[in-house]
Design a protein around this ligand. Structure first.
Ligand code: ADP
Ligand code: MG
Length: 671
């Protein structure tokens, strides 16, 4: 059995079936075999009909008197029959499954699995699944249940797998192991288990296989990275002292540790590949500034990439303040920058040390003289290709060091697997004097009483308010209040306050003006879309209101909330919900905790990693079988990958494995 053959090569798969399978991503024999059962039906001990009790039952019998009719209510068909065994008979009912009338042969025996319950005054077996007894391996009495695809039902998958049952012995090994044939046994027992235990054992092996592939891909990426050459950036103690002496505050212990790790990495000739993760407000930008200063002091250039123009501008403002007087030449390059060509020429000639920008930085005509360090803020916002574009911008043939920053922490299990034991610096300590943000879920109807007085207090105390809305304009189809109508309402409600709005469709210059006014404290209430989500830093803002909070993800809400709580005054955040429904688990978790690391773990459980870290490679991160919570299996796979890599011949010997992991390599790279 050649695993790479198209599914058509399987017995019983014609062009039509193949078409349906392909639509669901099952293209090859391998895909087909790895389409694992979602569950098992247990036929080991069917109940006699005279002993059935209400609830889920499995019975074994013949079926007769099948009829189907339309119910009075339209669009409903009812199929009924009688199932009998040697102890009695029971009525069976299916709804909208007309094909059942033709499915059964009266002389054959079937297993039926369904609910035995009271319906219209009579106990019946309701909508059971059915399997022909002669098709079920009676020794085991377990039948796999497959997810239906298109017109293909679980039974069809059973039939197709059964068709190749005697060919599993031809399946080659995928990974080295102490004993040959482990994989083929696992695949066999996952489809044809002889006990639930053997099915679980088989799944465990296949989960291990999956983790092995993922970790191997990540480690190979890392090797590629280590082969590259980078500029060596010798640590300049005097310079850094000068930088620190001018700061109005002391660095946190975590900031010092992170900076030190970065300086050490950059002294090496292979490029740094480090993720700086720290909750919103933990002071990542400061660490970035020190790293940039260190590189500029050695005569190399730095590029800082930010996901939005608002954020790039803000970084520019704060970095200019910190670095210009130290002799660093800083420039901003966004879509709105005037005289781009002149600026680009200066960058190319090395007359600019630090360029801060958005996607505009990635265009082909942005070239550097010698790019020593790339800093990417909110790295998960950029796709692999975009990040790579920036890494290739040094004409010297030397790769820049990479510092990626994120406020969406990556749980340890993912760091080890997907990101290949990535180098991580963690800012797990907030600057002194920060107070936790009080968070409350509030229904919109309670707003007038509970929220408006808080707004007035905040403004009177000289602090500022963010009000986040979902949409820019009103949409008659939804009841969501838009930025524009909320803005109008707030202006009327708080005539003494200066209210402004901000959203992504405004011209960059307009946005900058508003942001500048808000930063200067001239605006008291800023009504905005999520453009302020990432990174915006106005310590004087102490009240955050998020309307339609239920429509955002956990990480995003945490990010938004992080716009307040940046100064010395205690801040609060209100999560407004519109409906009558109970608040979701997300909102409740957020109300309980301000700890981004904890929330990231919760989020991983609630949504799976693809949603969180793979926005741009959606789904690719979602494991088929393994779970990221299985640390035991992760560690085992990791150890075995190490062993595998110690023998270079393995990469030639295990062709199928090497070919299969290229898809993972794309997603497990940071740079
Ligand atoms: P992040 O990017 O991690 O969300 P920032 O770098 O924007 O956080 O820092 C948040 C705020 O805290 C900024 O106003 C910054 O000046 C300030 N800050 C950074 N480090 C310290 C520190 N060690 N002590 C006091 N304030 C700090
Ligand atoms: Mg930031």
């Amino acid at each position: 059995m050649d695993l790479m053959e198209p599914v058509e090569s399987l017995k019983g798969v014609g062009p039509k079936t193949a078409e349906i399978l392909r639509k669901f991503g099952i293209k090859t024999v391998k895909d087909f075999l790895y389409n694992l059962p979602r569950d098992y039906e247990n036929y080991q001990a069917p109940t006699s009909i005279n002993e059935m009790r209400p609830g889920k039952v499995v019975i074994k019998g013949q079926i007769s008197d099948l009829t189907t009719r339309r119910a009075k209510r339209r669009n409903l068909s009812i199929t009924e029959g009688i199932i009998s065994d040697s102890t009695g008979a029971v009525k069976v009912v299916w709804f909208n499954q007309g094909y059942r009338v033709r499915q059964f042969a009266p002389e054959k025996e079937y297993f039926f699995t369904g609910n035995y319950e009271l319906k219209n005054g009579r106990y019946s077996l309701i909508s059971p699944s059915a399997a022909e007894v002669s098709q079920v391996d009676l020794r085991a009495g377990l039948a796999p249940v497959y997810v239906a695809h298109g017109g293909l039902r679980s039974n069809d998958f059973r039939r197709l797998v059964a068709g190749v049952r005697d060919r599993f012995s031809e399946i080659p090994d995928l990974l080295p192991s102490v004993r040959s044939g482990v994989r083929r046994e696992a695949l066999y027992y996952v489809h044809f288990p002889n006990s639930l235990k053997s099915a679980q054992g088989a799944r465990d092996y296949l989960a291990y296989e999956e983790l092995f592939e993922l970790i191997l891909a990540a480690k190979l990426n890392r090797r590629e990275n280590d082969k590259l050459q980078a500029f060596k950036i010798p640590f300049k103690l005097e310079k850094i002292k000068r930088f620190l002496n001018r700061l109005p505050f002391e660095l946190t212990g975590a900031q010092k540790r992170a900076a030190w790790e970065i300086f050490q990495d950059m002294e090496k000739t292979e490029p740094m590949n480090r993720l700086l993760q720290g909750d919103v407000g933990s002071g990542k930008t400061m660490v970035a500034a020190m790293s940039a200063y260190e590189v500029a002091s050695n005569g190399y250039q730095i590029a800082l990439l930010a996901p939005t123009a608002v954020l790039a501008t803000q970084h520019y403002d704060s970095l200019v303040k910190m670095l210009t007087s130290l002799g660093v030449r800083v420039a901003l390059l966004t879509g709105a920058t005037k005289k781009k060509t002149d600026l680009k020429t200066q960058i190319k000639q090395g007359k600019i040390d630090l360029v801060i920008g958005t996607h505009a930085l990635l265009t082909d005509d942005t070239e550097f003289k010698q790019l020593g360090l790339v800093i990417i803020d909110e790295q998960h916002r950029f796709g692999v290709e975009q990040r790579q574009k920036l890494m290739l911008k040094s004409p010297t043939g030397l790769a820049p060091h990479l510092l990626a920053m994120t406020a969406t922490p990556i749980p340890r299990s993912l760091q080890l697997t997907v990101f290949g034991d990535l180098d991580v610096s963690v800012l797990n300590e907030m600057p002194k004097g920060r107070q936790p943000i009080k968070t409350r879920i509030l229904r919109e109807i309670e707003m007038r009483e509970q929220l408006y007085p808080r707004i007035i207090d905040t403004i009177e105390a000289g602090n500022q308010v963010y009000w986040i809305c979902k949409a820019i304009d009103d949409d008659p189809r939804t009841e969501t209040t838009s930025v524009k109508s909320r803005y109008a309402k707030l202006q009327k409600l708080f005539p003494k306050a200066r209210v402004e709005f901000l959203h992504g469709r405004m011209k960059p210059a307009e946005k900058d003006t508003i942001m500048e006014k808000f930063t200067q404290g001239e605006v008291q209430i800023l009504v905005s879309t999520t453009v302020v989500e990432v990174g915006v830093d106005v310590p004087n803002a102490t009240l955050m209101i998020i309307e339609n909070a239920e429509s955002y993800g956990l990480a995003q809400l945490h990010q938004l909330r992080g716009r307040v709580g940046r100064g010395k005054v205690a801040s609060s955040c209100y999560l407004l919900t519109s409906g009558e429904m109970q608040p979701s688990r997300r909102l409740i978790e957020l109300e309980k905790s301000c700890d981004g690391f904890h929330l990231a773990e919760v989020d991983l459980k609630l949504r799976g990693p693809g949603e969180i870290y793979g926005a741009l490679q959606h789904g690719a991160l979602d494991l088929r079988i393994a779970t990221f919570s299985d640390t035991h299996l992760i560690h085992r796979a990791q150890r075995d990958v190490e062993k595998f890599l110690q023998n270079p011949e393995n990469m030639i010997k295990y062709q199928e494995l090497m070919a299969g992991i290229t898809k993972y390599q794309q997603i497990t790279t940071l740079n």
